[in-house]
Ligand binder design. Sequence first.
Ligand code: FAD
Ligand code: SIN
Length: 538
Amino acid sequence: MKKHTEPKKYLISFDSHTSSHVFTDVLVIGSGVAGLSAAIQAAKHGSVLIVTKDKIDENNTAYAQGGIAVVLSEKDALIKHIKDTLNAGQELCDKAAVKTIVDEGPKRVREMIDWGAAFDRQNNHLIFTQEGGHSFPRIIRAQGDSTGKEVEHTLVRVVKESKNIKVVEHTFAIDLIIKDGACHGAVVWHAKKGIVLIWAKRTILATGGCGQVYRETTNPEVATGDGLAMAYRASAALQDMEFVQFHPTTLYIAGAVRFLITETVRGEGGILRNKLGERFMPNYHPQAELAPRDVVSQSILQEMQKTDHTNVYIDVRHIPKKRLYARFPKIKEICASFGIDIAKDLIPVRPSAHYMIGGIKVDRFSRTTIKQLYACGEAACTGMHGANRLGSNSLPEGLVTGYMAGTDACKSIQRSRRELLPYTIQESAGLSKKSWLDLTDIGNSLKSLMWRDAGIERDERHLLEAEEMIEMWCSYVMDKEFSHQTGWELQNMLIVSRLIVVSARKRKESRGVHHRTDYPKTDNTHWKKHIIIKKPTS
Ligand code: FAD
Ligand code: SIN
């Protein structure tokens, strides 16, 4: 195998004497639920700058469908939500993190409601839905299947009303500025201004997940794992990178993006059928269609293999049309654009990469292992989900961890009032500027490789093959200095893919979403622990 060379600290060379500078108390990178929550909180005490690489509302958050798991019903109890989350996590959850997020969730959701978030109601009472693994109907939603949009737009509205928050869209964060073991902001690329150094007393990474490293994913194009790779280059600790959650049901039509068919479709009675029209989930699990996601994904794969077909189907034809259309208006609309009437036709679906359970290791104040650097939302690993995430548990996690990051960032700035930012720095990435690479080709090959070799089912042979291939691609992609987003994103995706594969190879057992066909059992003797991965400091 090719010897692995660790990535350099920076992807580009920069010099403070020749770059533009911006100063802020708190820099937030990313504008999903976590970044916006962090910014709103931090802005209560100082200046906040949000940079985001696309439009403000292009992120995983805005695509969220099913809802938010939160204890707001009088008949529900926090302890039940905690227990359900711990059960799903298969002994790897951080109990303190679960308790903090579940306890804080209702307060943060009530605050959003005060800000005008319109969650679905009947007779003025919130409607609660049940999802797989939840012992109580505690999922609230908006416009049937557009919960994420409502969350995102509510938070964007609050951000835009704040005088202390400035938002700069279409700005790509390339690397964190690390000096004397602490984070002092980030180097970013702005289409008009070029390289800009943003100096910040505290930096919050809220860059979301990395679904784009897989050929099949529910995640939009922005989810390339940039924050994870940036943190790794900066030598922050990352945790549980082998735990990638695959959603069982995404629309599978050639040429269509992998639009999610929310789990709540099964919650409302949707039935999974194979190519032969047979219902199969009762053969795999007593909870049938509402079995845990990993079980449903694996069962679908087996049925696809058994029937030699590219997908299975969801059948909702038995649900009264009026109710169906009202409950899932977005799914109805998207399916109709491909000629599928969900009231009459079967919906073709198959699993795809959905959520990164692992991420940048943080404590319960969202502090990373690097001074002055925070991480929240999907980019962070709080330990809440352990080895498997319950549906609808990540929007509340984003809300709460963002709030924690914003709060702690301000408190720590106030504690050290006279802090000065070092604004001279010269860094040479030491990379070659020559490139004749077809980046699209490498990107597509990487996605296919990850899907094939580090997907829902894994084994030593395929993981080793993936690791070797990624090492080879790294050897001629990571030694180049690019001047555009496509190059930086590919470099980030290679780093993140390698971290997933190395961690998945290491964990020689099956647990939660990590399914090794060569080690099919859970091994509590050796593996009831986390895999922490960190670049050696250079
Ligand atoms: P995101 O919302 O993804 O935001 C990340 C932000 O970082 C983006 O604005 C992006 O542009 C920015 N960014 C990334 N890299 C850079 C960079 N280099 N420079 C500058 N900016 C950058 N969870 C639930 O709890 N309930 C659900 O119903 C649900 N449904 C889902 C449906 C779909 C289709 C998907 C994809 C996910 C769903 N999830 C759901 C998961 C949940 O939506 C996400 O985990 C959560 O929204 C992540 O929020 P975030 O703020 O951490 O990241
Ligand atoms: C869904 O609606 O099925 C997705 C919910 C989630 O990922 O939490």
